[in-house]
Structures are given as structure tokens and as C-alpha cells.
Design a binder for this molecule. Structure first.
Ligand code: SF4
Ligand code: SF4
Length: 465
């Protein structure tokens, strides 16, 4: 019975009905939804459907402005940076959109712990503090014990002042028992993309393989939450099914978790289907163009203002720049999506899971973010302070999170400059953070930050609120 209830939360006919009804929304209806969104009182499914169906250019512009305002009010200027780490490309699944699917023949690899440590030292020398650990599903070649051992290696490997302070983990849907093991290994967010909420498409995309069980995949976060993992990160792969359907699927999934466990998605990632080895895009009729993609990002921002939004280097620098305005709060930098890819990148040998569009180094991305008025952040404070799950959400919803995010961003970018920047960059960042400190709303926070700045310059590290 319990199992049946879980399965009922995504109802294809219901979602389709919402989208059909919303097609006849008038300009007045749209105006009312935008007003409601501005008050941040939460939008009903039918309201989100109205935004998804709207086409009027003027009202679209209004929506973008609103998304930008929400983004600015809640997240301020900070953009959190991270990198993915691929440790194994063994996979028993046959996801038709992925270069690692089991039928694709290439020499597969699982990193040894010595290899992992080597990758970590490279990532640390790039300044990274936060990783997303990625691997294919293979209970024999990459079982949960391997993941746990890898996490231990990551956390204990240091390179001068470099250390990884938070590892978010993206492993296949699994059991409560295995999620408990992940929780005990101190993961940050547990990430799992539904890929598509549309069941017939899901089954078509995952033929004859473990991952093909839609219900098991859909209820993975329920099991993770039962194992007391309270930060979960969701996403769909845009391009598989109708994107408007996917947005409503995401929203309904989020509400299901909020209702049942008191907290919904910590983050939503927005990957778009990209070419990969052995995968052609000709057979995907739902590819999302740039304009639609921007609209989807803005709607997610408006619908779930307190859920972080993540973009990867699948997107070009230009597209990432635009999306930062409408909702993205975290982005990867200097990524490699091949196993052992950081070491092999220079040699051009690695097989990436998908093609990357933004191939710039972290420092280039950081320089551009600063030029555009953002504060690049390597902050990992919340989960280390116990601010996870509903504790995090209540802080975010009260608006008080900004009092820690911004100074933490300032401390971490200063730490980065001191450890990895040349003299000119150090001066530039110190000037920036001092100016930012002058504009902090609360004087007590400003004083704490200024003390931290001196401590950082005297060699202390890892200072956060
Ligand atoms: Fe395997 Fe993941 Fe690729 Fe599917 S998407 S084939 S599960 S690595
Ligand atoms: Fe993220 Fe928390 Fe740091 Fe803010 S303070 S950037 S929410 S980890």
C-alpha cells in the first residue's frame, strides 16, 4: 500500500491536463500568476503550467525580470563553484543518450585509490573545495564499498593548503541500507537525476537494464530520506521528453518530498542533452533550444525560489552567463567528465561522458564572474555547520542565509587568491572583498569578516560562518 502511494505522485494524465488547460490562459490570467509569484507565496501546479505555456513577449520579459529579482534577493552575488570527479565508467545500463552505456565498446576503467588521490591533488591545485562524485552503475565493478572507500580517500587527500571539504555524490538509485552507508561517509548532497518523468519515454530510454525500473528510480529519494539523507539534488535531462511536462514532474516530485519528509530538493540541475561517443542526437525530437531553455530556468527559479540551481560545463560560457541572471546559483568550472580525466586531459586521451562546451580553466571563469559583478565562492559551510535539510530551508526561507553566504563567498575567494593567485590577482580580490565588506548590511558580520581576512593573510584557512 505504502509503495502504491509513492507511485501515485507522478500522474501523466494530470500533468497533461494542466498543460492543456493552461493553453487557454488569458493575458489577465498570466498577470495574476506573475503577481502571485512576486509575493513568493508559492505557485500552484496550474500556475506553473500557465507560465510554461505563455508566449507573449512582453510578459515573458516581465517573467525574466522577476526571476532575476528573486535570484538577486535570495542568492545575492555569490556563485558557488564545484567540479565533477568521474571515478568509474563501468556501467551495466543501456541509457540510449549516454556514452558510457554498456553496449558502447571502449576500454573501461575504475580508478584505484592511488589514482583517486592523484585526481584530487590536481583538483585541489585548481582551488576546488567541493566535488560531485560520479560513476556508472555496476554492482560488481563499482559496488557501494568502492564508493565509500573513494569518499574516504577524497576527504583525507590534501595538497598544501588544498582540501576537498564537501563531496556531493551521484550514484544510481539504491537501497535504504546503502544510503545509510553514504550518509555515514559524510556525503554532502545525494544527487540523482530522474532523466525524464514521462514513464513511456523513461522506459524507452532505458531498455532492458536495471535503470529501466521507473518506479524504483522515482522513489530513490524516498529511500534516501528514510536513510536520513536530507539534502537531495534532482534534475531531468532536457531533450528526452517534452520539457514542460518535465518541469511539472520536477515540481510535483519536490512537493511529494516536502509533504512526506518536510524538505524538498536542495538543488535542481538543468543538464541538456549533448552529443556523446556513440550517441547521435537525430533520434531525439524533444531537444531544447536556447530560448526555451532560458524560459525553463526562469520558471524553476520562480516556482522554487529557495532551491539552488546548478549548471554544468555542458553549456557554453555565453549561455551560462545568461542563465546566471535568471536563476543559476552553482556552476562547475574546469571540468573533465572522463575517468581519470584531470590527469589525462592534457594528453587528450580521455573519453568524456558527454561533450563539454565551456572548456575554460577555473581561473578564467573566476575572472569573468568577478568582471560581471559576481562573487565566485568555494563555500562549503552549511553541511559542516549542520545546516542541512529543513534547518537549511528555514534559514533560506527567512532570508537570513544571505548573511552567511556572502561573507563566506568573500572569505573563500580570498583564500583562493592567496593560495592560487599571482600578486595582481591577490590585490584585485582583496580590493573587491574590502569593498564588499563596506557594503555589508550588518556591522557585526563586517567585523567578523575583516578579522577573518587578517587571519587568512596570516595563514589560517577554512574560516566560515
Ligand atoms: Fe550508465 Fe549513467 Fe550512462 Fe546510464 S547515464 S549508461 S547509468 S553512466
Ligand atoms: Fe551554500 Fe551555505 Fe555556503 Fe551559502 S553558506 S554558499 S548556502 S554552503
Amino acid at each position: 500500500m505504502e509503495e502504491e502511494i509513492k507511485l501515485m505522485f507522478i500522474d501523466e494524465k494530470y500533468i497533461q491536463g494542466l498543460l492543456d488547460t493552461a493553453k487557454s490562459a488569458t493575458k489577465e490570467d498570466i498577470k495574476l500568476v506573475l503577481e502571485k509569484a512576486e509575493k513568493r507565496e508559492g505557485l500552484a501546479h496550474k500556475d506553473i503550467a500557465v507560465l510554461l505555456q505563455m508566449e507573449d513577449k512582453e510578459q515573458l520579459q516581465e517573467m525574466y525580470e522577476l526571476a532575476g529579482k528573486i535570484k538577486k534577493d535570495i542568492y545575492g552575488k555569490r556563485i558557488v563553484l564545484f567540479a565533477p570527479l568521474y571515478v568509474s565508467d563501468y556501467c551495466v545500463n543501456k541509457c540510449v543518450y549516454c556514452g558510457y552505456h554498456t553496449c558502447n565498446s571502449f576500454k573501461r576503467r575504475r580508478l584505484t585509490q592511488v589514482d583517486v588521490a592523484e585526481e584530487i591533488r590536481i583538483l585541489e591545485s585548481m582551488g576546488h573545495k567541493r566535488l560531485a562524485l560520479e560513476l556508472g552503475e555496476d554492482p560488481v565493478n563499482a559496488p557501494i564499498e568502492y564508493v565509500i572507500e573513494t569518499l574516504k580517500t577524497i576527504y583525507k587527500t590534501q595538497n598544501n593548503n588544498g582540501e576537498i571539504r564537501r563531496v556531493n555524490v551521484n550514484i544510481a538509485a539504491t537501497t535504504v541500507e546503502e544510503y545509510k552507508m553514504l550518509k555515514a561517509a559524510q556525503i554532502g548532497t545525494y544527487i540523482l537525476f530522474q532523466e525524464t518523468y514521462h514513464k513511456p519515454t523513461y522506459e524507452k530510454m532505458h531498455p532492458n537494464c536495471i535503470k529501466g525500473n521507473y518506479e524504483y528510480h522515482l522513489t530513490a529519494f524516498d529511500r534516501a530520506m528514510e536513510a536520513k539523507i536530507d539534502d537531495v539534488g534532482a534534475g531531468v535531462l532536457f531533450g528526452l521528453s517534452e520539457p514542460k511536462f518535465e518541469i511539472l514532474g520536477l515540481m510535483i516530485h519536490n512537493e511529494h518530498l516536502e509533504e512526506k519528509y518536510g524538505v524538498g530538493f536542495h538543488t535542481i540541475a538543468v543538464p541538456r542533452l549533448k552529443p556523446a561517443e556513440g550517441v547521435s542526437l537525430e533520434n531525439f525530437p524533444n531537444l531544447v533550444d536556447d530560448e526555451t531553455f532560458k524560459k525553463l530556468v526562469a520558471i524553476i527559479r520562480i516556482a522554487v525560489p529557495f532551491t539552488g540551481m546548478i549548471i554544468s560545463t555542458r553549456e557554453s560560457g555565453e549561455m551560462r552567463k545568461q542563465l546566471l541572471k535568471y536563476g543559476i546559483s552553482q556552476m562547475s568550472a574546469g571540468s573533465s567528465t572522463g575517468v581519470g580525466g584531470y590527469k589525462e586531459r592534457e594528453e587528450g586521451k580521455s573519453i568524456e561522458q558527454f561533450e563539454l562546451s565551456d572548456q575554460r580553466s577555473p581561473i578564467e571563469i573566476i575572472e569573468e564572474l568577478i568582471e560581471d559583478g559576481y562573487i565566485p565562492s568555494f563555500c562549503t559551510a552549511c553541511y559542516r555547520k549542520g545546516r542541512t535539510g529543513d534547518r537549511f530551508m528555514s534559514l533560506a526561507k527567512s532570508g537570513n542565509i544571505q548573511y552567511v553566504c556572502e561573507p563566506n563567498a568573500m572569505s573563500t575567494i580570498m583564500e583562493y587568491a592567496l593560495d592560487y593567485g599571482d600578486d595582481a590577482f591577490k590585490i584585485k580580490v582583496e580590493t573587491l572583498v574590502r569593498n564588499l565588506a563596506d557594503n555589508l548590511e550588518r556591522d557585526d558580520i563586517k567585523q567578523i569578516f575583516l578579522k577573518s581576512l587578517e587571519k587568512l593573510k596570516n595563514g589560517e584557512r577554512d574560516l566560515y560562518l
